[in-house]
Ligand binder design. Structure first.
Ligand code: AGP
Length: 362
């Protein structure tokens, strides 16, 4: 509850929560390791993930965006086929389920009504469910078979920030643990990789003034903004667009770089800001191509790239981390840019209009 949590020296809970992310990463690393430094997750959870023939991730909003990233970990590391669904759609339009499905609900609050409706149905059908939440004892936690806790500490701002990165980190650990249980070598040593991520996030929050400048340069007066990326970066773009629109009321859209030419490029005018994420080697040339296409039509490109994949006109280069984990780092730039864009427009950052922190009605 907001009354129990202090903002300290921060002007807003959102800014405080963005800055708390290195600490959250450290908490997660600590809580998901035993004394010997081995990854630690309940055996019953590992068995249920490992034995599932398909995983259905169900969530809303930012938690859904974390699920999209999580799917990549589960498929590439744990090698279990995974689908990600928006809860409110899944309820009315359930796909044909596999023989042995496992449901994973991702919810910061653990109280989201749309997600709960799916959980109730999954249980009615006799399926197993795991909830990944920040709130122990929440409805989704109580009603599922298993829970993994985010250890992010209370998140007060309506715009979710540290819960998103915590969700991704926990999904990464879970996927690694399941891979280990199957003696699969993913080639990723997740704890040191998450430690690197922690350092990278620290560098970005320390660079907050630079993010404020980027917000000024690209978003001060604009009506709209586009976020593009491919693969992992596409998912982060979706989250960046949601963050920006919910707090700054700038109309924002995130989409896959390759989709530009299929319609959205028609909207590019002189000065339209395009935020391009470029952290993935195998799509780097393609995203470069997309940037060229929009620049040729007058767009104002804000390029967030990763060390080693620098572009000609980078706006910001994030420190190098494992490519699969780059969303944990690149998103922090977008969180801060959204924060400052909203702040400079005089918006109520922590309590944007028309929104509630947790949506407990359908
Ligand atoms: C995020 O910034 C949002 N305000 C919202 O999309 C949120 O992520 C969504 O309502 C899901 O909430 P939950 O994680 O508590 O289930």
């Amino acid at each position: 509850d907001a009354s129990d949590v202090e903002k300290g020296t921060y002007d807003h809970y959102m800014l405080k929560e963005i800055h708390e992310q290195p600490g959250v990463m450290r908490n997660i690393i600590q809580n998901y390791q035993d004394e010997e430094g081995n990854l630690k997750i309940d055996k019953a959870i590992i068995d249920d993930v490992a034995q599932a023939d398909r995983i259905y991730i169900v969530a809303c909003g930012t938690s859904y965006h974390a699920g999209l990233v999580g799917k990549e970990f589960i498929e590439k590391w744990a090698e279990v086929p995974t689908e990600v669904h928006v809860a409110s759609e899944f309820v009315y339009n359930m796909p044909i389920l596999s023989k042995k499905p496992l449901f994973i609900f991702i919810s910061q609050s653990g109280e989201t009504a749309d997600s709960r409706a799916v959980l109730v149905e999954a249980k009615r059908l006799g399926h197993k469910a795991l909830t990944i939440t920040n709130v122990p004892g929440s409805t989704l936690s109580r009603e599922a078979d298993h829970t993994l806790i985010l250890h992010a500490g209370p998140e007060i701002a309506v715009a979710s920030t540290k819960a998103y990165t915590a969700q991704i980190a926990v999904l990464a650990i879970l996927s690694q643990v399941v891979a280990n249980a199957h003696n699969k070598n993913t080639g990723v040593d997740i704890i040191p990789e998450l430690a690197k991520v922690t350092t990278a996030i620290t560098a970005i929050v320390d660079d907050a003034p630079k993010m404020e400048q980027i917000a000024k340069d690209f978003l001060e007066t604009t009506r709209n903004a586009f976020f593009i990326g491919r693969t992992m970066d596409y998912y982060v773009g979706l989250e960046g667009a949601l963050k920006l629109k919910e707090i700054s009321y700038i109309q924002a859209e995130g989409f896959a770089g390759g989709e530009l030419k299929h319609g959205t490029i028609a909207l590019i005018e002189e000065g339209t800001p395009i935020v391009a994420l470029a952290t993935q080697e195998k799509v780097n040339l393609s995203i470069r191509g997309n940037v060229k296409e929009v620049v040729a039509r007058g767009a104002n490109p804000c390029i967030i790239s990763m060390e080693g994949l620098e572009h000609d006109h980078d706006t910001y280069v994030i420190p190098h981390v494992h490519e699969m984990l780059s969303p944990l780092v690149s998103v922090v730039t977008l969180q801060l840019i959204s924060y400052y864009a909203a702040l400079h427009r005089g918006c109520d950052v922590d309590k944007p209009r028309n929104l509630a922190k947790s949506v407990t009605v359908e």
